[in-house]
Design a protein around this ligand. Structure first.
Ligand code: ADP
Ligand code: MG
Length: 335
């Protein structure tokens, strides 16, 4: 007879890591989202060797008190929700309480943090989980080194340094586009790649997207009282052979959602032909209760309570903006 056993914690976390930690960029996503959730005004990312050797995210957010450092590394431990009701109204990027546990199960992980009210910072290494005094001026530094050092089967799926870096860069851009109010910096192997001061949305977009996109972009700003769509949609002259200039955010969260993609695509139906893909940067805002983000561990898919209304709203807002007379009218390329 086969024996049924409860799996040890480390193995449980390593299994969970299969869903959450696909590659360095997925680690970066989780760490960036934690920094955002901590209310940071400034976030600095330093990568080594495409993030495989090291990912370091330093923020100036609320920090973690000494007593909670070990807990932050536990599975299903979160400060962000306490009830089903919270889950249904969740306004933070994270809420599952599993990212740090999963990351720590497949990489050498340390957290250094200075919480408000503490006399000095504390540092915890996930391998022994004993907080020790440390030096840090503010916020939290999470360092994740040697990804998959203990799971060689996963390591084999890592691509070249250049490819893994490109994925990290893309992840960084998504957060930077969503949160232009936060100062953000990215460096790779000691070289600064992006240094972004806090600005408003269009300025951040201009800093991160191609001049050509900005030049061809039409502004979008629609508000139904329940749904709000803002951002930029490029005229067909700046259509692409692939989908990599498609950014859609729902309540600040980057998503790849069939319904939304379809609504936008339909708005372009009469002006964009064949295999070309539209380029856009769109922000949809709605009451968190109207959208379920707990559909997928990476939270890249969402489910809308009133899917039809969302589809129609997005379709009409984008259509209207594309049909408005005049050429690209963001005024950004004039700067
Ligand atoms: P989740 O984000 O879903 O809550 P995580 O495993 O990513 O789960 O993080 C666990 C907890 O650790 C968070 O709920 C938060 O309280 C704390 N935490 C993680 N990163 C930071 C950070 N950069 N600053 C402050 N607190 C953090
Ligand atoms: Mg998190």
């Amino acid at each position: 007879m086969p024996q049924i056993r409860v799996l040890p914690d480390l193995l449980i976390n390593q299994i969970a890591a299969g869903e959450v930690v696909e590659r360095p960029a997925s680690v970066l996503k989780e760490l960036l989202e934690n920094a955002v959730d901590a209310g940071s005004r400034s976030i600095e990312v330093a990568l080594e060797q495409g993030g495989v050797r090291r990912i370091r995210v330093a923020d100036d957010g609320c920090g973690i008190v000494r007593e909670q450092l070990a807990l932050a590394l536990d599975r299903h431990a979160t400060s962000k929700i306490t009830s089903l009701d919270d889950l249904e109204h969740v306004a933070t990027m994270g809420f599952r309480g599993e990212a740090l546990a999963a990351i720590a199960a497949v990489a050498r992980t340390t957290i250094t943090s200075l919480a408000e009210g503490e006399r000095h910072a504390w540092r915890i290494d996930a391998s022994d989980r004993q907080p020790a005094p440390a030096a840090l001026n503010h916020g939290t530094v999470v360092e994740v080194a040697d990804l998959y050092y203990n799971t060689p089967a996963r390591r084999k799926f890592l691509k070249t340094e250049a490819t893994e870096f490109a994925h990290c860069d893309e992840m960084f851009r998504r957060v930077a586009l969503a949160r232009p109010d936060i100062a953000m910096q990215l460096s790779h192997n000691g070289r600064v790649i992006h240094r972004l001061p806090p600005v408003e949305h269009t300025k951040r977009a201009a800093a991160l997207l191609s001049d050509d996109f900005i030049h061809h972009a039409r502004p979008i700003d629609a508000d139904s009282g329940i749904l709000r769509l803002s951002g930029l949609a490029a005229l067909p002259a700046y259509s692409r052979a692939n989908r990599d200039a498609q950014y859609f955010f729902v309540n600040g969260r980057f998503v790849r959602d069939k319904l939304l993609t379809h609504a936008v695509r339909q708005a372009y139906a009469d002006i964009l032909h064949g295999q070309r893909h539209p380029a856009y940067l769109l922000f949809l805002e709605l009451d968190p209760a109207g959208v379920d983000v707990n559909v997928h561990p990476a939270k890249i898919e969402v489910r809308f309570r009133d899917a039809r209304a969302v589809h129609q709203f997005v379709f009409h807002a984008v259509s209207r903006s594309l049909a408005a007379p005049g050429a690209a009218a963001t005024g950004l390329d004039a700067e």
